[in-house]
Ligand binder design. Structure first.
Ligand code: AMP
Length: 141
């Protein structure tokens, strides 16, 4: 296990639950936040972290997740606007050192950069993988 971390994951859907299960399995402390109780059903029985049910655009909900103590905050909801808002709160209101966000629209990456938020765009990653899988050189379009 790498150095122990406290990780807050916002959104416990297809992406967030996968991250939560893997990061918890590695021995780190994880708190997952989702507004739908049913989302927590995606967590494995081995998941040893905490769950916070609520709308992550509310400061009180992020406070319940102890975002101010987090080493890493990952915003993985299915909405770029919500992820941007959560990332902004985490950085500005709670002073989180490291914030990562899922960005569905790759053109929006620059807005996050100005906030000091790292981004991963599953859209761009998937496009690259499709192209590689087809054996078509990128840039040959
Ligand atoms: P998925 O696209 O499957 O990774 O799911 C995204 C997850 O984000 C779903 O479980 C949603 O309930 C959750 N989500 C969306 N908006 C919010 C929000 N404002 N606060 C907390 N969770 C949210």
């Amino acid at each position: 296990m790498s150095e122990h971390r406290y990780v807050v994951i916002v959104g416990c859907g297809r992406l967030g639950s996968h991250l939560a299960n893997s990061i918890s399995h590695e021995g780190h402390s994880v708190v997952v936040v989702d507004r739908k109780e049913s989302a927590f059903g995606r967590l494995t029985p081995e998941f040893s972290g905490f769950r916070v049910k609520g709308d992550a655009t509310e400061l009180g909900v992020l406070r319940q997740a102890a975002v101010e103590k987090a080493d890493v905050v990952i915003a993985t909801t299915n909405s770029d606007n919500i992820n941007l808002m959560v990332a902004q709160f985490a950085r500005v209101e709670f002073g989180a050192e490291r914030v990562l966000a899922r960005v569905l629209e790759p053109r929006r990456k620059d807005i996050y950069r100005t906030l000091g938020v790292e981004t991963i765009s599953p859209t761009s990653v998937a496009a690259k993988l499709f192209i590689r899988h087809l054996g078509i050189a990128e840039g040959a379009r």
